[in-house]
Design a protein around this ligand. Structure first.
Ligand SMILES: C[S@@+](CC[C@H](N)C(=O)[O-])C[C@H]1O[C@@H](n2cnc3c(N)ncnc32)[C@H](O)[C@@H]1O
Length: 267
């Protein structure tokens, strides 16, 4: 719709009529773009396409969930302090996952943006009690997306506390990890191994995928070792797949190589 036409309708129609027209447009466009996350992002105004280039990755990695009755949780509703702005990505997910329930978390009150199949909780993603409460009311989840404050400490706290509430076969996504390289977010471009950055936290989990190969007699595997199947890193975007990662080593017995192991033979 052209800008002039929009302005014309705004002048002629009451607020409730405008809302009814908007609802109708959302339903029509949401249906026609339902198989294309990029088109949905553009239509509803999410920066997951345009400012960022995330939707093609989401489209590939979420395709198996498309028809299922999933529970999706996204941290960060958008629209900052406004009570009436934001919710673009929640609407995008709702129209893509047409059998899914969509939950949002935001530090600001976004309750006015709730609609059928979209529920929003107000709270801080760094508050463990709040996260537990959300998981109790809405979890477990099949997909969790962190598009909240993008503070390194917040990203890590939310992941540690929400990952246990993700179903096996589920996917946890962290957006905008560029803050790992930015001093004013607690990151660093000089020291790429700086403690406390989200990138270093998730990089440290990669070895855990192979934890059953550690030659360490008393190594106690962690919850994350045993429940992360894989991690996928894209530009500013990480996908973490959950599942049973307790398959044993084919080489080690009791975390040791057998005495008879001949390294040359195995080459
Ligand atoms: C980038 S916007 C989310 C955009 C939205 N996901 C989309 O794609 O349309 C980030 C949101 O995170 C919220 N936020 C910031 N700090 C937060 C915190 N500590 N806990 C929860 N939400 C927070 C902000 O209020 C803002 O609405």
């Amino acid at each position: 719709m052209s800008l002039q036409l929009k302005e014309f309708f705004k002048k002629k129609l009451s607020v409730s009529e405008i809302n009814a027209v908007r609802k109708y447009r959302y339903a029509i466009k949401g249906w026609s773009y339902r198989n294309d996350l990029t088109k949905l992002a553009i239509f509803f105004g999410s920066d997951k396409w345009g400012k960022h280039y995330y939707t093609p990755h989401y489209q590939i990695r979420f395709k198996d969930f498309k028809q299922k009755k999933i529970n999706l949780l996204e941290i960060g509703v958008g629209g900052n302090k406004s009570k009436v702005h934001g919710g673009a990505s929640l609407r995008m997910w709702k129209n893509y996952f047409r059998n899914g329930k969509i939950f949002g978390i935001d530090i600001h009150d976004k309750s006015a943006l709730q609609e059928k199949r979209i529920k929003i909780f107000q709270g801080d993603q760094a508050n463990i009690n709040f996260l537990d409460g959300v998981a109790e009311k809405a979890g477990p989840f099949d997909i969790i997306i962190d598009d909240g404050s993008h503070r390194n400490d917040h990203i890590i706290t939310s992941f540690i506390n929400l990952f246990p509430h993700l179903n096996d076969g589920g996917i946890y996504v962290v957006e905008d990890v560029q803050t790992s390289y930015w001093e004013f977010f607690g990151g660093s471009s000089q020291d790429l191994n700086k403690d406390g950055t989200a990138m270093n936290f998730f990089k440290s989990l990669v070895d855990g995928v192979n934890h059953s190969e550690y030659i360490l007699k008393n190594y106690q595997s962690t919850y994350l070792d045993e429940n992360i199947l894989s991690l996928h890193f894209y530009h500013n975007l990480i996908f973490i797949y959950k599942g049973d990662n307790t398959e044993p080593s084919s080489f080690l017995k009791n975390n040791q190589l057998p005495g008879s192991y001949d390294a040359d033979k195995k080459k």
